[in-house]
Design a protein around this ligand. Sequence first.
Ligand code: MN
Length: 358
Amino acid sequence: MASIVFIGDSHLGYRHRFKSQRLRDYSKAFEEAVRKALNLKPTFMVFTGDLLHHPKPDPVSMRTVLKKLLEAASQCQVIVCIGNHEIEGHLGTTYSPIYSEVHDRIHVLSSENPHVLLNVGRKTYGFHGFEYTRNRERAEEKLRGLSSNLEGDVNILCLHQAIERYLSPYEISLAALREVAPNYDLIVSGHVHKHQPIKELMEVKPAYYCGSTERISFNEADNRNGFLCFEDDLHSPRFIKVESAPMSSVRFEFKGSPEELNNRLEGVINSHNVPLLRVDVDADLQGDLLDVRRDWTTFEHGRTILDVNVVPRSREFELEFERVELSEDLIREYFEKSGNGNKELEELCVDLFQRYAA
Ligand SMILES: [Mn+2]
């Protein structure tokens, strides 16, 4: 069988939290993924979308992508999907279709060009897909339109979409996918950054999210990064790890004084020796919030991002408003209910409301 690798969501050019090191992290992980993938001598290399983070990418990231696509194309056939980060405004896509102009072994899947048929030995491999489509009805319509009379001997659906139950809002329902799945031999999607099988489809056809090469948020701290490789058959892929920047996200509840919290935070930060660290505290503080340390710069040494968030539990009674429309009465009600006795501020707010918002 021909071997196929799927590399997804590299997000090159993303300056996560405005850190230049993060730019390097994304390109490093992407280059490592392509290098490791090429070492496997694949027949096909599929990029499942969001190669670039910005629709108008910076030239350095664009150059990295082009260089790697050309390098890959010199050794195997390359198929590129268009992700939501590569779509802009009313345009169905941005620069991605240009990739197919720079090498005859680079093929970009889009609504205009949704089928790529490639011969290997005596078999024709069909790669089918379209650019990320936000509207659910349109996405499902495209999917149905695409999926009949497929011409390959082996047909592979390549998407960059959220499927029902994996991300909300989703653009493709499980029902729509189950309907078309029998026409394919394999379904692979980008967009959901956590590598996993799409288990609701597995009884029909092998289906996977291939995973991302580097994390774009702390919510992804527990994800493994890497890419997917099918070597022997379409039922037993290997997930090949990529060394993304180590990330930890720590969350704890705390009850005690600001001094105790400061000590606890120092301990937590010192015990998590990773370049990317977020600490979230749900704090029931016995003392002044202003005594909780806010400047953690002395602990930033050797780290790319250190993000400490202390959210104090509110001891005040809950405020409840029945009206949602801003009015003079609502402003006065707020001042009354909140116990804020500052008459001058109240009058100022009412005055500003009457002048600019009423
Ligand atoms: Mn995406």
